[in-house]
Design a binder for this molecule. Structure first.
Ligand SMILES: Nc1ncnc2c1ncn2[C@@H]1O[C@H](COP(=O)(O)OP(=O)(O)O)[C@@H](O)[C@H]1O
Ligand SMILES: [Mg+2]
Length: 269
């Protein structure tokens, strides 16, 4: 099934805490991501999954804790900072511009300038279209024309464009927040294939999903968050029924592999 991940460490998050006023969204989370690895992130609503990934993608600054890329400490003040380090997040709501075509969306915010006309750049649409076509082909994404407005695409196609956009500039780490939540079964299969493509091409992927089947099919390793803490960090293996039982036990709090750390933390606090 899923091959064992190469152990080259790409990203490490250590002791990440994040609070919003009185809400402790993250209470000291460690996360490691390796090259060629697909990491599943699970947990009940409000467990802190999106917040943890927003910290990694530069949308939120952590209240405490550190992020290390290839062993070096980094500070992200914005998603642009994370992007420069090769980290891209695909948002739950796709964040595409309906009135732009596919190529326009893939290149949104980083349009290729053909030449400068005084203070204005003239866009090189031909280049952007060609690059978008190449990108869609490489990821085996089937969209008839890169000139199609995205508002006319299906949910699955939109998700594919959002993922392609995230990978357009050699992202090393691609984070997806519930990429399959609103999709049909066939479209989910496509997204799973796409994640496998990304992995085969050397990227690392973190996928948040409440669909255990997706994680089971595509992830090498899985982390479960509960109430802002990591309660499980384990390879994805074994029989799916056994896997499901195990995951549910962690999600509801019947199992906790890091309970000791939690006690330590509450003594420190
Ligand atoms: N911007 C914010 N302002 C205030 N509270 C937030 C914000 N973002 C998340 N939270 C809170 O942090 C907790 C974790 O949320 P979130 O990370 O979205 O959980 P999940 O993605 O696991 O459902 C929740 O209690 C949520 O209400
Ligand atoms: Mg969320």
């Amino acid at each position: 099934m899923n091959e064992p991940a190469n152990k080259e460490l790409v990203v490490e998050m250590r002791g990440i805490k994040k609070h919003f006023a009185a809400v402790q969204a993250l209470r000291g989370v460690d996360l490691a991501l390796h090259r060629h690895e697909v990491l599943g992130l699970m947990g009940d609503n409000a467990a802190g999954k999106s917040t943890l990934m927003k910290v990694l993608s530069g949308a939120y600054t952590p209240s405490e804790g550190g992020i290390f890329i290839n062993g070096e400490g980094v500070h992200f003040s914005s998603p642009m900072d994370a992007r420069r380090m090769g980290i891209e997040m695909v948002y739950q709501d796709y964040a595409l511009s309906n009135n732009l075509d596919v190529a326009g969306n893939v290149f949104m915010g980083r349009e290729v300038v053909q030449f400068k006309l005084g203070p204005f750049g003239v866009m090189d649409y031909a280049h952007m279209e060609l690059e978008t076509k190449k990108l869609l082909n490489r990821l085996k994404i089937d969209i008839p024309s890169v000139r199609q407005k995205v508002e006319r695409l299906s949910g699955g196609q939109r998700q594919a464009v959002a993922i392609a956009r995230a990978t357009a500039f050699d992202a090393k780490v691609i984070i997806m927040d519930e990429p399959t939540a609103a999709l049909s079964v066939a479209a989910i299969d496509k997204v799973i294939d796409l994640i496998r493509q990304l992995k085969a091409q050397g990227s690392s992927v973190i996928i948040i999903s409440h669909r255990l089947e997706d994680i089971y099919r595509v992830a090498d390793r899985m982390i479960v968050l509960r109430q802002g803490r990591k309660v499980c960090d384990t390879p994805v293996e074994g029989d799916i029924h056994e896997f499901r039982e195990r995951v549910v036990a962690y999600m509801v709090g019947a199992r906790d592999d890091f309970a000791e750390t939690a006690v330590q933390q509450s003594q420190e606090a």
